[in-house]
Design a protein around this ligand. Sequence first.
Ligand SMILES: Nc1nc2c(ncn2[C@@H]2O[C@H](COP(=O)(O)OP(=O)(O)OP(=O)(O)O)[C@@H](O)[C@H]2O)c(=O)[nH]1
Ligand SMILES: [Mg+2]
Length: 223
Amino acid sequence: MTRVAVEQKVLSENQRIAAELRERFRQNNVFCLNLISSPGSGKTSLLERTLEAFPRDMRVAVLTGDIQTENDARRLARFGFPTRQITTGGTCHLDARMIEKYLADWSLADLNLLLIENVGNLVCPSSYDLGEHAKIVLLSVTEGDDKPLKYPSIFAKSELMVLNKVDLLPYVPFSVQQARENALRVHPGIEIIEVSCTTGQGLDNWMAWLQSRHEQALTAVSA
Ligand SMILES: Nc1nc2c(ncn2[C@@H]2O[C@H](COP(=O)(O)OP(=O)(O)OP(=O)(O)O)[C@@H](O)[C@H]2O)c(=O)[nH]1
Ligand SMILES: [Mg+2]
């Protein structure tokens, strides 16, 4: 069998499991987001700021992917919500089977939001549907404003680009306008929110997006 045929088989099996997950999320009114970025752009930091802003009775859970460590799950578990690390042991992305396995003994009926942090990688995660309602790509200002053009697939598939670390703009050669133009060139409909997880700038816009997108997903279910 050729390499292409094997890849297609893997991806279609992933698609089948992702469709089952999506249906389970729909039946249980669980809104699911898949956060993707290069290593270190601030996925865990954004989740930390998000979880700390939620009321204690929020029915949210987190799955966080990493090649090797449990560091991110430790950081996120501090907020008291169900959190699990998916350690891939070398694989550069999460896949739908991993999500299915790590959700197996969680009651989806007890949740209404599932946040997934993918493995830090701007390429591989873009090919693997996890059954999420939306992919979110993070770009930080230390990475360069050309990244949407160099890694178009994930920007094309993401509903939202979170531009993080804007507190560092005075110190790095990065044009926000150029980054916006590049993202819109590969995905004309992409939404863009500028934040700093360190200073808190823009996080109100992120929380508002999260709430309104969540409500939109619930309306779609009940329609
Ligand atoms: N200056 C600044 N630093 C930030 C900001 N957000 C995150 N960082 C720092 O960037 C580093 C990486 O952040 P993480 O949240 O661990 O990034 P990540 O995307 O989860 O990384 P991986 O899980 O390894 O892919 C940490 O040292 C954070 O403190 C920000 O808005 N401004
Ligand atoms: Mg992380």
